[in-house]
Design a protein around this ligand. Structure first.
Ligand code: AMP
Ligand code: MN
Ligand code: MN
Ligand code: MN
Length: 282
């Protein structure tokens, strides 16, 4: 019988590009058997208060999280901060800046799309992003809705990526700044979905080296639509670099079947689970 993990430390609500409100996300996670959940919205902590309240009601453990966009070697790398102080002024200020960056980028993306005759993207995505944190996921929804693309993967092949319409180079804070921030607010920095960056193994090793030098402590080993070969690869990175291991579905919505809440395999027992790092300090 397959055993599923009761822990999910990477999820999104409608405060960024997820479908459910923080409250509904927590309820759904609980109904699906999750006992420890982290809400990790892109560049915002605004859902954590509601999620906490819901978690108390549902009697599950809610870990304060965030997924921060960073720039490294001309690539966007996502760093998840777990067990952070959600009310710390430093994270609130950083998120405020990121929100402005997102808004400016969204306007530029929309402008680029208009050059190939696709109009009204900014107005549409602004409405979709209820909290004002506009992501490329919202642009993908727009392009699908307007029949410019069949599905998400079609969008990220033909639009919004390098040398395609709607591409805008990002200007996120650097890795060091981001990891410092997470450490300063009591959190653990985690490399999100390490095998999804379309970089060579050599480059990934360079990224992990720098991540460690900056004070990063963990790496996601179980992520959405992992196949067992990828779990082995990511586990080997965790071991080689002496990093704790995290597990998270990257849940956004129900229609994406590969990252449903509560369907992840267990973390390999040979690894140090990331929650050991914060339990030590408590
Ligand atoms: P952003 O942070 O605004 O650049 O948007 C990144 C988001 O777009 C991710 O968190 C995903 O939700 C979505 N995304 C990026 N690449 C893909 C992809 N290849 N397939 C599906 N969704 C993607
Ligand atoms: Mn997303
Ligand atoms: Mn991500
Ligand atoms: Mn994510």
């Amino acid at each position: 019988m397959t055993r599923y993990s009761k822990i999910d430390l990477h999820t999104h609500s409608n405060k960024s590009d997820g479908e459910l409100s923080p409250n509904d996300l927590v309820t759904k996670a609980s109904n699906n058997g999750i006992q420890m959940l982290a809400l990790t919205d892109h560049d915002t902590v605004s859902g954590l208060n509601d999620a906490k309240k819901a978690a108390v009601e549902e009697n599950i453990s809610l870990i304060n999280g965030v997924e921060l966009s960073t720039q490294w070697d001309n690539k966007t790398i996502h760093i998840v901060g777990l067990n952070i102080e959600a009310k710390n002024i430093l994270i609130i200020k950083a998120c405020k800046k990121l929100k402005v960056l997102r808004k400016d980028r969204a306007k530029k993306i929309s402008h680029r799309l208009s050059k190939v005759g696709i109009r009204g993207a900014y107005e549409y995505t602004k409405k979709l992003a209820v909290n004002g944190n506009i992501t490329r996921f919202h642009f993908a929804q727009f392009l699908i809705e307007k029949n410019y693309a069949k599905n998400q993967s079609d969008v990220f092949k033909n639009y919004l990526v390098k040398s395609k319409p709607g591409y805008v180079s990002a200007d996120w804070p650097n890795l060091n700044e981001t990891i410092n921030l997470i450490n300063t607010i009591g959190g653990v920095a985690v490399i999100a979905h390490p095998l999804r960056y379309k970089i060579t193994a050599t480059k990934l090793c360079k990224l992990i080296d720098e991540f460690k030098e900056c004070g990063g402590k963990a790496i996601e080993v179980i992520t959405s639509h992992n196949i067992s070969k990828e779990i082995t690869t990511a586990s080997n990175y965790a071991k080689k670099y002496n990093l704790a291991a995290s597990i998270g579905s990257d849940f956004h919505n129900e229609s994406v079947s590969w990252n449903r809440l509560g369907g992840l395999p267990l973390l390999p027992e040979s690894l140090v689970p990331v929650w050991k790092l914060w339990n030590k300090n408590n």
